[in-house]
Design a protein around this ligand. Structure first.
Ligand code: PLP
Length: 274
């Protein structure tokens, strides 16, 4: 392909790197015993999602309902919309859930279960809802050991048309780490606090069916995933210079960064595991 004649703007990917990144993460997650539900906001591309989920169930994480609709239209219908649902989006989410094998929603708002349940009941559907937990990013989510942390799952579980799907967190603050040790500590905290919180819920009579965690830096750094059901890394499929600086990958793994400048005479580096 002649890169000079491509119509811009366009995304130029090194597909062999994309495949290598997909395979490494796939192997890592399969070996861990957890399920892979990659986040697709990085690429929003059905073909890339199929590469990411080869050998897995095909489950995906999305960051908008528009993404959910686009993937569902191509048969990828096991979806988690991992941004807290708000009433303005109930109608769209409920309509979409009718076309999906599963469309899980998340909340950290004690007012949402009753309102969402009313909407679901009126539409004659049942919805899976996760509790969003804050593991240190402080963007959203409930803190374990607070009243809301038990009350929201209780309300979801008691609602006629909702099912308490489990607990979900995202260690976005892993991007602020400045050393491998710091990153490993954040990754372990993301994992361990969720396992402890699930045990606390169980002790109070609430079963969290799925414990879902993950970001690219934490899933790349973590030593084991025992006790975790599902992971949701996303950025790893292309990686970038920031991830390389963080230690999540090498610069030679970045699939979308220097495609136009790469010296064709330079050999591809040997693949090693991250
Ligand atoms: C809720 C949630 N899960 C998973 C991810 C994937 O994390 P990463 O982009 O580090 O792979 C994100 C990314 O923003 C997210 O917001």
């Amino acid at each position: 392909m002649d890169l000079q004649t491509l119509k811009t703007p366009c995304l130029v990917l090194d597909v062999s790197r994309v495949k290598r990144n997909a395979e490494r993460m796939s192997r890592r997650v399969l070996a861990s015993g957890a399920r892979l539900r990659p986040h697709v906001k990085t690429h929003k591309c059905v073909e890339v999602a199929r590469l990411q989920t080869a050998g897995h169930s095909g489950a995906l994480t999305v960051s908008t309902l528009a993404e959910a609709r686009a993937f569902a239209a191509h048969g990828l219908t096991d979806l988690t919309y991992a941004v807290p649902i708000e009433p303005g989006k109930f109608k769209e989410a409920i309509e979409l859930s009718k076309q999906c094998m599963g469309l899980a929603l998340i909340t950290d708002d004690p007012g949402i279960p009753a309102q969402l349940n009313d909407a679901a009941r009126q539409a004659g559907v049942s919805l899976d809802v996760f509790l969003k937990v804050d593991c240190g990013y402080h963007r959203c989510g409930v803190e374990p050991h607070t009243n809301g942390a038990l009350e929201i799952p209780r309300r979801i579980a008691a609602a006629s048309n909702l099912r308490f799907a489990g607990i979900l967190t995202h260690a976005g603050h892993s991007y602020h780490c400045r050393s491998g040790e710091e990153l490993l500590a954040v990754a372990r905290r993301e994992r361990d606090m969720m396992i402890e919180f699930a045990a606390e819920l169980r002790a109070s009579g609430i079963e969290a069916l799925t414990i879902s965690i993950g970001s690219t830096p934490t899933i790349t750094a973590i030593d084991h995933l025992d006790g975790i059901d599902e992971v949701r890394p996303g950025n790893y499929i292309f990686f970038d210079a920031f991830q390389a600086t963080l230690g999540s990958c090498g610069f030679e793994d970045c699939a979308a960064h220097d495609a136009l400048r790469r010296d064709a005479s330079r050999p591809e580096p040997a693949s090693g595991d991250h």
